[in-house]
Design a protein around this ligand. Sequence first.
Ligand code: GDP
Ligand code: IMO
Ligand code: MG
Length: 423
Amino acid sequence: MKVDVLLGLQWGDEGKGKIVDVLTPDYDIIARFQGGPNAGHTLEFNGIKHVLHTIPSGIFHANVVNLVGNGVVIDPVIFKGELDKLAPFNIDFENRLLLSKKAHLILPTHRLLDAASETAKGKNKIGSTLKGIGPTYMDKTGRNGLRVGDIFSPNFQEKYDALVEKHVGMLKHYEGFEYDLSSLEKPWMDAIESLKNLQAVDSEHYLNTALLNGKRVLAEGAQGTMLDIDFGTYPFVTSSNTVTAGTCTGLGIAPTRIGKVIGIFKAYCTRVGSGPFPTELDDEVGEEIRKEGREFGATTGRPRRCGWIDLVQMRYAIMINGVTELSMMKADVLSIFDKISVCTHYLVNGEKVYDFPFDVSDLDFTPVYEELEGWNCDLTELSDYESAPDALKKYVTYLEAQLNVPINVVSVGPDRKQTLANH
Ligand code: GDP
Ligand code: IMO
Ligand code: MG
């Protein structure tokens, strides 16, 4: 069997959680392969809204195993909070939620270092979610990190103390940064104890054996392609590989094992945090999208920056990920507009540019738009794509032609049910 991959093509928050939940009945295992509690994946069904941060979005379906892969970074306190929130749903966590022994742990001092670093950067800050993501991946690549497998080791406390001592030394370089570590350590150690109630597995073996036994696996991306550490708008990115290739390293899956690659995008575009955003609308149109789309971060509550869809950026993301099919989200949000703009290319020194440039922060360029008819009607009650208004179908066909990939799903509302299959 192959591993299907579902990931975001823009700057995150495309609606990955919703579509993973919709697709889960087709799979046996849902696996997160990178990122950590910087993610906020929203699922809505039966009138309830759930936001997941580390736990994969297949958790509400019985008989499906949810795996937190080696490429993920885990904050035990946030993780425990997620488990506690899910307590009323009687989920059999012991058998249905597995942790990779090789997943790295976010320490309280990683969060402090994240905050200290952001404060020191001042107006150049990344706008991180302050979850300690950057410092934890730095310790991973710096070969200092602690992993889930270490919590069972008799000298775990010693390893923890050694790393904390290193961090405390680093924090001294941030003059004036004050913190109270002792108040953070007890809840962290308590949460480590509750992690021990879950199965920690050699996830690369587990997954490859499952594939050999015919199990169907869906890898759930976090963040988005433009936040990828290598291909995103560096340095305003996250610290992991959010792209398809990250599935291989984040789960221990060979490249030849990758099956479908489902790319998720909003019918427009958003970004939260700092960094370039070529089609950003810093005006009342952007404000209208934010209001209509309820564009506020699922993890931090921050207002998301809004703009039109950017095909230069989208083509780039499709290329890097090898996307085989697309899901277009939040089409209902654009119902408020008579006309919808689509950025087809950029103009740089009078030249048309179709390939995403090296660094859009410092580049003097203009996004060029094509205007399409809006549909101007409520989509949220639609039950099939055939009954969709012609203007929406034209928008979809136009994007498919521009991007050269089929749009198989059109989402018209946050609920599981508000999902239309095309083709
Ligand atoms: P993720 O991080 O990619 O899982 O996305 P988020 O959950 O952070 O943000 C997506 C937001 O849009 C959530 O509030 C979803 O409930 C909501 N959402 C998802 N699909 C749709 C849709 O088609 N229409 C509308 N109006 N909201 C949607
Ligand atoms: P999901 O999975 C949107 C952004 C932050 C910041 C940058 C770096 O819900 O789509 P970090 O905390 O990772 O060091 O922050 O990345 N960011 C996200 N933006 N959705 C996310 O996740 C994000 N995770 C991180 O806002 O700009
Ligand atoms: Mg999100």
